[in-house]
Design a protein around this ligand. Structure first.
Ligand SMILES: [Zn+2]
Length: 478
């Protein structure tokens, strides 16, 4: 028995057009956070959102979070929009997060549509436009839920708090400070949290996401002579930095993807029975990844190993060499200093600190073995911790039931191979169970040209978000 009020579900079906019009109005404001030219539009978007929320009965406001430097100018950061509705101690209180800023988009980038005009394709049911899926679609989904309840005179099943930020696409600067400063004020009394800012793994199966990999980015700098040299004159007479660097980089990862840094493999958390079962149930075919890659270069034909390789095991990728000769032609230069770049996608137990310790020790030891007279420095550029939460928490059970009720199928339980850094800020500071509940599909093209959301995902997504709140209210706390 679905817990959601049938009147709510019916309302959503009957108001498709109005909901699409709301998304259209949101997409029309080009709230690009990464470009000073759009600063006024970002502010306008925040005002628009506060206006919508207020009309829907939410106590909403903009909050300044300091300044930053954009395009060489010191300017105010886009405000966060916070809102709350309901304050019944008998109900659960849930925090939802979304972002109202978007990635840049120009028609000339290769869009088939005006990026800031929501354009429906009646044949496919797709709604094209920047922000349609990332993340205005899901944010409008929450507003649609509020509208239905207000118009029908239905009580919300939970107390709802909302935070919508305007800086997600540009690094969420100062959001952590805001969360910290409001921990015992706006964020007091929360039971759990829901973030709608990721995607289904494929195009058919709804999913709930309970983990993210971290990422540590490293640089190995090998330097020797104080100027670039000619191989005809100096080849065969000196220790060449590039030769040392290539050797070091070759010792980081095997061609089969095995990380060769001692101690890393040993830290990987063992696969639990529950985890194994969740991976076995994921709807996934090798052709999905081959399609996305554009060829068959997969490390294995085993779907579970492939999924675990992407979601729950660490990986090491070599990215490039700065200072190397890379132009076309056959220049006979010996570069005097080169920097090799690589990163490790990390999983639980592989924190930034302990992983970095292993990396530095290994590369320095290997460099000593070379007997080279060059200098070698290894450094961490930036590090982000991995995150995983309990997928059997009542927060997830509620979303599971809501998914079954709306889509008639069980959700996949996934973990993202990439990172969503704000998740970590909320998790660390507020100590909550966080559910990542995607609305859009795996092929929506967030950040890309022709970004879209399928109409069915937007409408069913609205039902899903609303139903989740009802299921949450009905769920027994652990
Ligand atoms: Zn996003």
């Amino acid at each position: 028995m679905p817990a959601a009020d049938p009147k709510f579900l019916k309302y959503v079906d009957e108001h498709e057009d109005a909901f699409i019009a709301r998304l259209k109005a949101a997409v029309e404001i080009p709230s690009v956070s990464g470009n000073l030219e759009y600063a006024k539009d970002v502010e306008r978007m925040a005002d628009w959102l506060v206006g919508q929320l207020t009309d829907l009965g939410v106590k909403a406001e903009k909050r300044g979070i300091g300044k930053h430097t954009l395009d060489g100018k010191e300017v105010d950061l886009p405000p966060v929009v916070i809102g709350s509705i309901g304050n019944d101690p008998a109900k659960k209180t849930v925090l939802v997060y979304g972002h109202y800023d978007v990635q840049p988009a120009l028609k000339e980038d290769g869009w088939d549509y005006e990026p800031f005009t929501l354009t429906p394709d009646p044949k496919t049911g797709r709604l094209y436009g920047r922000g349609s899926t990332d993340d205005k679609g899901p944010v409008m989904g929450w507003l649609n839920v509020l509208e239905a309840h207000k118009d029908l005179g239905l009580e919300m099943p939970v107390n709802l708090k909302m935070i919508f930020e305007g800086m997600e696409e540009s690094g969420s600067v100062n959001l952590d400070k805001f969360i910290e400063s409001e921990k015992d004020k706006f964020f007091a009394g929360l039971d759990c949290m829901c973030i709608s800012d990721n995607y289904w793994l494929d195009t058919k199966t709804p999913c709930l996401t309970y983990g993210l990999r971290g990422v540590n980015y490293y640089e190995i700098k090998v330097s020797g002579p104080d100027r670039d040299l000619h191989s005809g004159v100096f080849g065969g007479t000196i220790h060449e930095p590039m030769t040392d660097l290539i050797l070091l980089m070759s010792k980081l990862v095997s061609p089969t993807g095995e990380i060769l840094i001692p101690g890393v493999k040993e830290l990987i958390a063992p696969v639990t029975q529950d985890e194994q079962e969740k991976f076995e149930k994921i709807h996934f075919q090798m052709s999905d990844i081959q399609g996305a890659v554009g060829g068959d270069q997969t490390l294995t034909d085993d779907t579970i190993k492939t999924l675990m390789g992407r979601m729950r095991n660490p990986s090491l990728s070599l990215h490039g060499i700065e200072g190397a000769f890379s132009a076309p032609g056959s220049k006979t230069v010996i570069p005097c200093s080169v920097k090799g770049k690589f990163s490790i996608r990390t999983t639980p137990n592989l924190g930034v600190e302990n992983t970095t310790e292993l990396v530095l020790k290994y590369i320095n030891d290997e460099f000593k073995k070379l007997g080279s007279k060059n200098r070698c420095e290894v450094s961490l550029g930036h590090g982000g911790e991995p995150w995983v939460t309990d997928p059997n928490h009542y927060n997830f059970r509620a979303a599971h039931k809501a998914t079954v009720a709306v889509y008639g199928q069980e959700p996949d339980y996934t973990r993202e191979g990439g990172s969503i850094p704000v998740t970590l800020d909320f998790a660390n500071i507020l100590g909550l169970n966080i559910l990542l509940l995607p609305v859009g599909r795996g092929d929506d093209g967030a950040h890309s040209t022709n970004e879209k959301i399928d109409k069915s995902n937007y409408i069913n997504g609205t039902k899903l978000l609303g139903s989740y709140l009802y299921e949450l209210a009905a769920e027994k706390k652990d």
